[in-house]
Design a protein around this ligand. Structure first.
Ligand code: MN3
Length: 199
C-alpha cells in the first residue's frame, strides 16, 4: 500500500485572497506531492512501505543514514497537518478549552498571537512554527526544514509552514504579513480543539 497524497480539506480557491489557488496548486500539487512520490520511492520493496507514516518518521529520526527518508516522511506528515490547521473563514481568537489553555499558557490570546508571530518570523530559513501541548500545558516551538514535534513527545495543535514556497507568490518576502493573515483569517481552532482533546 503506497503512501498517498491526501486531498486538500477545502477547495483550492477557498483560502483566497489570503492564500491563493495558485499557491495551493504548487504547494499541495507539486511540493507536497513530490514528498509523497519520494517517500514511495524510498520505501518501495521494504517493510517500511507497509508501516504507518508516523512509524517511518520515528524509525528514521536522528539517523543520518536515513535523512532522506525522514525528511520526505516528515514533510508529508507536516503538510497534511498544515492543511488541516487552516479553514475558510477561520482565524481570530478561539473559544472553549483551547482558549482556556492559551490563556493559562500565554496570559491572553493577543500575547499568544504576538509570540507565535515572533516564532514564525525568527525561524531562520525554512521551517515551521507550532503550537503544541506538552506535559499538560501549551507552548510554542519552531522547527527547521522537515523537523517535526511529534518525535519530541509533543502533541501539535496547529502549525504554520514558513518555507518560502508557502507564501512567496502571495506575499513575496513579507513572511510577517502571511503569518498575520494566517492568524486573523485562516487558523482552524476546531482542529486545534480536536488535537488538544486527544493530547
Ligand atoms: Mn510547505
Amino acid at each position: 500500500m503506497a503512501f498517498e497524497l491526501p486531498a486538500l480539506p477545502f477547495a483550492a480557491d477557498a483560502l483566497a485572497p489570503h492564500i491563493s489557488a495558485e499557491t495551493l496548486g504548487f504547494h499541495h500539487g507539486k511540493h507536497h506531492n513530490t514528498y509523497v512520490t519520494n517517500l514511495n520511492n524510498l520505501t518501495k520493496d521494504s517493510p517500511l512501505a507497509e508501516a504507518s507514516l508516523e512509524d517511518v518518521i520515528r524509525q528514521s529520526a536522528g539517523d543520518a543514514a536515513k535523512a532522506g527518508l525522514f525528511n520526505n516522511a516528515a514533510q508529508v506528515w507536516n503538510h497534511t497537518f498544515y492543511w488541516n490547521s487552516m479553514k475558510p473563514g477561520g482565524g481570530g481568537s478561539p473559544s472553549g478549552a483551547v482558549a482556556s489553555a492559551i490563556d493559562a499558557a500565554f496570559g491572553s490570546y493577543n500575547k499568544f498571537a504576538e509570540e507565535i508571530a515572533a516564532a514564525a518570523a525568527t525561524q531562520f530559513g525554512s521551517g515551521w512554527a507550532w503550537l503544541v501541548s506538552e506535559g499538560g500545558a501549551l507552548k510554542l516551538t519552531k522547527t527547521a526544514n522537515a523537523e517535526t514535534p511529534i518525535i519530541n513527545g509533543q502533541t501539535p495543535l496547529i502549525t504554520i509552514d514558513v518555507w518560502e514556497h508557502a507564501y512567496y507568490l502571495d506575499f513575496q518576502n513579507r513572511r510577517p504579513d502571511y503569518v498575520k493573515a494566517f492568524l486573523d483569517h485562516l487558523v482552524n481552532w476546531d482542529f486545534a480543539a480536536e488535537n488538544l482533546a486527544n493530547a
